[in-house]
Design a protein around this ligand. Structure first.
Ligand code: URA
Length: 201
């Protein structure tokens, strides 16, 4: 039965039990990595999917991309423990390569299959503003493709929620060294703007 046809759980804890018990809808992923943070925060951050470290530790954004996100939040004056952090896809999709597990991008179809969970999660969390980190999160929130470059940095409404799109921090890890400083500045400026916008909502 598609997950969207199941009864709506009555609480975030009940939703999380359902997610944790369900089989992955992508290849790989030993466990579901659930969102974490307080209810009714000013900001909720949505990433793509857990990575290798997140899958091992069972927490979102604790690997290299998470460390960058933490640093950017600090620079933007945002306290991570006051935000809610989650992912569009709840399992780590990977391809085994020898001893390593290489991140594999979820397809649009896979993102859409996880979307019902994300929607219900945000219904319970009720952030003032949802920040999509990258194109996969934007697709998950909007239900359609939202190119990051054309849509970043503005207050938007995605599927009825106040939302904001910026880059995924791992984009910074992949770019040539010489381009990183301006991209970092733009990323932290986006986070500052999202934080300021959330105060007015
Ligand atoms: N990248 C994501 O999108 N989410 C995580 O939790 C970690 C890395």
């Amino acid at each position: 039965m598609p997950i969207s046809e199941r009864a709506v759980p009555r609480s975030l804890a009940a939703l999380n039990r359902l997610i944790a018990a369900a089989p992955p809808m992508v290849t790989g992923g030993t466990r579901a990595v659930l969102g974490e943070g307080p209810l009714r925060p000013r900001l909720a951050f949505v990433g793509e999917q857990p990575g290798d470290q997140e899958d091992l530790q069972g927490r979102p954004f604790v690997g290299p991309a998470g460390q960058l996100l933490d640093r950017a939040m600090r620079e933007a004056g945002i306290e991570r423990r006051q935000t809610y952090v989650t992912n569009a896809v709840k399992h780590f999709k990977f391809e085994p390569r020898g001893q390593r597990r290489l991140h594999a991008r979820p397809t649009a179809g896979e993102v859409k299959r996880y979307r019902w969970w994300l929607e219900r999660e945000l219904d319970f969390v009720r952030p003032k503003l949802v920040v999509a980190l990258g194109a996969t999160a934007a697709l998950a929130l909007a239900g359609k493709t939202m190119p990051v470059a054309a849509n970043r940095g503005h207050l938007l409404t995605l599927a009825g929620r106040p939302a904001f799109i910026t880059i995924h921090p791992s984009f910074l890890l992949r770019m040539p060294e010489e381009d990183r400083a301006p991209a970092w500045k733009a990323f932290t400026a986006d986070l500052k703007q999202a934080h300021a916008l959330s105060a007015a909502l």
